[in-house]
Design a protein around this ligand. Sequence first.
Ligand SMILES: Cc1cc2nc3c(=O)[nH]c(=O)nc-3n(C[C@H](O)[C@H](O)[C@H](O)COP(=O)(O)O)c2cc1C
Length: 282
Amino acid sequence: MMKEKVLILYHSGAGSTRTISELLEHELEDVLEIEAKHIDFNFNFSLLNSYDLLILGFPTYHCEPSRSMMDFIQKMPILKNNVKVCIFTTCGLYSGNALRIASKELIKKNIKLLDYFKFRSPASDGAIILSSSLKLMFEYEKSLKKHLNRMTDQIRNYKTLPAKNPPMYKTYVPLNNIAKYFGEKEYDKMKNNIHIVPERCTNCNLCVTNCERRCWTANEIMPIFVPDNCEFCLECIHKCPTRAIIFSEKMKDRPRFNKQFLTTKRKKSWPSRFNQYYKGKM
Ligand SMILES: Cc1cc2nc3c(=O)[nH]c(=O)nc-3n(C[C@H](O)[C@H](O)[C@H](O)COP(=O)(O)O)c2cc1C
């Protein structure tokens, strides 16, 4: 029997959204022809019409969808066949209006919204800005399994789902807008201070190849950072294998969500399915 074609398109800085996307792919591949892909600047949008269902995943930054995901959605043409979509966001604490903003933008593209989901994940910003003793900053929520199961169940039955309206506007978000205003200002300062600790850098160029927004350029001694297009997703910082990228002396030895962190330090606190899934994979 022909399996239905599903595409998961995600944006992920530190890796939480990627993790959820890959788990979804893993859980659903027995019933669907499904693949998970990171969004990129050169995406061939005409392919979208050939899918039965799209799943879009993105982190929440400042109570909104990540800039990269919004740029991607805004670049999408109006689709032909009333393509269906489920969306999800990952957030450290509180997703504000992220799901609503993305839903509204997708509906403009003639895409039928079926459902939306939220996962509380390790806080990629909090983990390196706040105290490293705050356990909450390093963990997925306790009910992650339940949420994942709910999402996979809905996707298995997606054909029977009616279109859904975007989530309601969260009226208490204005409070967050104040936080956002000051948060963004602070994060801009930090972004402008991103630099390399020369004695730690091995010039492996992982930051250059990973950065979707092309903020890092390869150079003879070590890569050069130009912050103009940076959205402070923290990918370069979290993934640097030698922890050479920092924005302040204080954070120099804070834990990062890199390979070593994911496979050793916090392993016990993750749901068993994660450990099983990642065994030998990273
Ligand atoms: C610049 C920035 C802004 C953030 N803003 C929020 C926020 O407003 N609310 C929240 O709950 N988490 C916020 N976070 C945390 C991320 O949403 C969370 O860590 C997410 O899972 C990261 O996904 P990723 O690992 O796929 O990049 C922010 C993180 C960054 C880097």
